[in-house]
Design a protein around this ligand. Structure first.
Ligand SMILES: [Ca+2]
Ligand SMILES: [Ca+2]
Length: 319
């Protein structure tokens, strides 16, 4: 009989209490920003922030931006830019075919000499050059004919010129996808079909990660930035006067914006109805143990449980 009643309690926790608790627990962390009044490269800044705090600053919304700007300390107001955690990993690409990841240096490539050069920070799609069969990163809005791949794995070159996005749509609706090129033989097959420049499915999403591993959802680039000036800018810094971002050479020296993570304390009140004798200290102990184990499994730690029984008797337990 006792066993049956405990089953009832477990059911309540899962169905009504835990989901609410865990949902509330999902964002228990506040970012505290620290402006470091010392100039260093982006990589050194990342190391410094990770050693002293948590990581380089991550900015998820306007409120973060304003709080970061307010964290400014120091005396040199002439050059007032600080590294933030935003960077562009230019080795990271993707094939549209099966959304397969492509890492430069690890997979086959046929890039022409200086390519990919990320010209003006505006080239995120790949074209095969007509006369050489080599690859070039180009603006996705440029025009070329698609090379599609069909269900049988054969390539189809289409002479009609269009943007990369439209080329992808064309291949998806007429065949399977834009072409994937996995070795020199496949590249040779495509080159033999082409009568002009041709789109393949290799593309990338620039500035896709913060140093702490999260994905950017909010950007505040200065007008005309990022521009990849002289082809070597893939780290971002924030101008503390205007609160907007610029891309810099990662070796440049800038002040540093770090973040510290602060855990919030939250209090929850859960009401559970049970036929179990909750005035029994042993039943209370089992209940607290059960709840703690359940919460630990959900990643909630540092939990303090204060049990109040209807008739006024209670018991405290710390985990
Ligand atoms: Ca290029
Ligand atoms: Ca720039």
């Amino acid at each position: 009989m006792k066993k049956l009643m405990w089953k009832n309690i477990i059911f309540f926790l899962r169905a009504s209490c835990l989901s609410g608790l865990v949902g509330h627990h999902a964002s228990p962390i506040t970012k505290l920003y620290h402006h470091v009044d010392q100039k260093m490269s982006w990589t050194d800044a990342q190391r410094y922030c990770r050693e002293q705090f948590h990581d380089l600053a991550t900015i998820d919304n306007l409120e973060d931006l304003e709080r970061l700007q307010a964290s400014r300390k120091g005396s040199d107001y002439d050059i007032d830019t600080a590294w933030i955690g935003l960077y562009d990993d230019r080795t990271r690409w993707q094939w549209s075919y099966g959304n397969q990841d492509y890492k430069m240096g690890q997979h086959y490539d046929n890039w022409a000499g200086p390519e990919p050069n990320h010209a003006y920070a505006k080239q995120n799609c790949t074209m095969i050059i007509q006369n050489t069969g080599e690859w070039d990163d180009r603006s996705c809005s440029d025009l070329a004919g698609p090379v599609c791949i069909n269900a049988a794995g054969n390539y189809i070159y289409v002479q009609e010129i269009m943007t990369w996005y439209n080329a992808r749509k064309y291949c998806q609706s007429h065949h399977t996808e834009l072409a994937i090129v996995r070795d020199a033989t496949e590249n040779g097959k495509i080159y033999a079909l082409m009568s002009s420049y041709a789109w393949i499915g290799l593309h990338r999403n620039p500035w896709s990660h913060w140093s702490d591993g999260s994905r950017p959802t909010y950007f505040n680039w200065q007008t005309g930035q990022p521009n990849n000036y002289i082809g070597k800018q893939n780290c971002a810094a924030m101008n503390f006067i205007t609160a907007d971002y610029e891309d810099f050479n990662c070796q440049d020296l800038n002040y540093v914006a770090c973040q510290e993570l602060q855990k919030q304390r939250s209090t929850f009140r859960i009401k559970i109805s049970t036929e179990a004798d909750m005035t029994n200290p042993e039943v209370q102990r089992q209940f607290v143990e059960l709840l703690s184990a359940k919460m630990a499994k959900e990643g909630v730690t540092g939990l303090q449980i204060h049990l109040v029984v209807k008739d006024g008797q209670d018991q405290k337990s710390k985990k």
